[in-house]
Each structure stands twice: as C-alpha cells, then as structure tokens.
Design a protein around this ligand. Structure first.
Ligand SMILES: [Zn+2]
Length: 325
C-alpha cells in the first residue's frame, strides 16, 4: 500500500461526531477520471494525528456490458451479459458474471488487454467458467482471483481491458465488453452484528444502473452467517431528491435500522463453507418502473439468531444507487 501523500482535493463535511456526509461541487473531468481509476484516497485527520490518523483508498467497482456486436466478428446476436467486480486492497478481484440468450455452450470467459475496439488482445486473466442449464442463463457465481492476479489489472479501472466469452458456437468470441470503472453507490447505515460479531456487508458489484433490458444488476453480500438464508430488499423511487419514502422498522433507531418501504423481495442464501462462506450474491434484471434519475435502495435481511433484535435477524448496510443512462 502506498503511503505517499497526495494533494488535498476536497475537505469533506462532518455532519456528526463520527460521520461525514454531503455533496461536493461537480468533479472536474480529471478528478472524475482519477476517482474511477482508483487513484484517490480518504484520510481522517485528528488532533492527535494532524498528518492523518487513518486513510483508505477509494476503490470503485468495475463492470462490463457484454454484447455480440462488440466482438466485431460473427457472434451471438441475441446474447447479452454483465460482468461486475471489486478489487480488494490486496489486489485480489472478486467478480461475478452472468449471460443470457447465447447460442451454444460457454467455453471460456476471460479478461484481455484491450488494444482498441474490434482489435484482439492477449488474455490477461482467465476467469472461472460459466455454468447453467441448457439454454442458460449461465453464471460464474461469486469467484475470486488473486491476490497474485496480474498487477497490471489495477488498470481495470482505466479501460485498458475487455471481458469476453467464447462459446462452442462462436469460439473466436460470442460476447465482448470493455471493462470500466463504475460509480460507487452510497452506503447507508443500518447494519448490525449477529452471531460471532459478523456484520453483513452489502456491496454493489459494478455497472451503472441501467434501464434497458436485460440490464442485470449485481450485488454481493459478505460477512454474514455462513449458510444463512437472506432476503434482498429492493426499493425504488423516481422522486427527487432523496429516495424512497423510507420507513424505519425493526430496530427503529441506531444500529439495526431497516430503511425500506414496499420493496421487491429477492430470496437468497449465503454459502455454508469454502471461500464464499458467508457470502451470497444476486444478479437481477432491470427494475420495471424505474427511470433515469431515480434511486434504487437495497438492503439485506439475514437470518441470524445472534443479533440484537427480538427476531433472529440482522441487517446489512443499505446501498443507494442512482439510475443512470
Ligand atoms: Zn477471450
């Protein structure tokens, strides 16, 4: 991890003794590029450590829309796919990919160096295979690469790579999409710890929210009780400025605050063992009724008898995602 000191870009506004919140002035194009390239960090300065007490790199998710036309070869005309990933502080990559509508069977999914549109580059990182029933959908599930993944993959943020799918019908490439840095959704409070102090964490795995079909969204739940069932609650608003008519329930105040109203409920379960123990994910399609400028609010409710509520439930943080073009 770098410990070099960079110039101050923004002073963030404190809105409580331990909370900063607010909206900055619009980022310059250069700063926006730096943000999406993972080149900015946040630092907390205290009276005891005027040079900065703690700091952390801002790591936006990366994503790719996979399309047949992007291969510039004969390719799957009706196929589409979504790849989303997060890059850990140790350089590891946690990712998920799902494709629908393809002809044939998936053979390989990779990340390639991107020499330019319609040009083929070397494979930089082979990904785990997509599996699914005949006709699809096909998905990798949650997978991890690294931390010994090619260090140049830090450039995933910068558009220097593409993701592609090879199938039995189109071995040269059925679907392809440029990998890009996404906009980080806002994390909202409300989570609480359950058994063993595990506090479920909900993260967006990439891709600006889209309205065009099939418009897959990907979220990752981690640090939850291994093997526990959970519900992903999805709320939706199109009203400005702040979201949904949020109704606190369950805990009512402080930790364990459920902020969701008339949501869509998507059931899931966390893995019981292995690398993905305590993790679960959802790939879900476009939300009907949403419009550009609206907000999606997501929060997970995990079955866990060790939480502070009267019910055997604990909650993740919430995520607000602005719907973009
Ligand atoms: Zn490939």
């Amino acid at each position: 991890m770098s410990t070099r000191v960079g110039p101050l870009v923004y002073s963030l506004t404190l809105c409580g003794p331990t909370t900063a919140c607010g909206t900055t002035t619009p980022l310059t194009p250069g700063l926006r590029a730096d943000l999406l390239a993972g080149a900015l960090y946040v630092e907390v300065v205290t009276p005891s450590y005027f040079g900065g007490e703690i700091r952390g790199q801002i790591r936006p998710p990366v994503w790719s829309d996979l399309r047949g036309a992007s291969t510039c070869h004969p390719s799957a005309p009706a196929g589409t796919g979504s790849f989303g990933a997060r890059i850990g502080s140790d350089g590891s990559i946690t990712y998920a990919c799902m494709v629908v509508g393809i002809v044939g069977i998936p053979v390989a999914l990779d990340i390639h160096a991107n020499p330019g549109a319609c040009l083929d580059g070397e494979v930089a990182l082979p990904l785990e295979p997509l599996v699914g029933p005949a006709g699809g959908p096909f998905t990798t599930g949650i997978r991890s690469a690294g931390p010994d993944a090619d260090p140049s993959l830090a450039g995933l943020y910068a558009g220097g790579f593409y993701c592609d799918l090879h199938t039995t019908a189109f071995p040269g490439g059925a679907l392809r999409g440029e990998v890009r840095g996404g906009t980080l959704p806002m994390s909202q409070p409300g989570g609480c710890a359950g058994a063993g102090g595990l506090s479920p964490r909900l993260e967006w795995m990439g891709g600006p929210s889209r309205l065009t079909l099939p418009g897959l969204y990907t979220v990752l739940l981690s640090d939850a009780l291994p093997g526990a069932p959970f519900l992903l609650l999805v709320g939706l608003t199109n009203s400005a400025p702040y979201p949904i008519d949020l109704q606190p329930s369950l805990g009512g105040s402080g930790a364990c605050l459920l902020l969701n109203d008339s949501p869509l409920l998507i059931p899931g379960a966390t893995a019981a063992s292995g690398f993905c123990a305590g993790k679960g994910h959802h790939l879900f399609p476009t939300l009907s009724g949403a419009s550009i400028g609206g907000t999606v609010y997501l929060q997970a409710v995990v079955m866990d008898p060790g939480g502070p509520l009267d019910m055997p439930l604990v909650l993740s943080n919430g995520l607000t995602v602005t719907i973009q073009t």
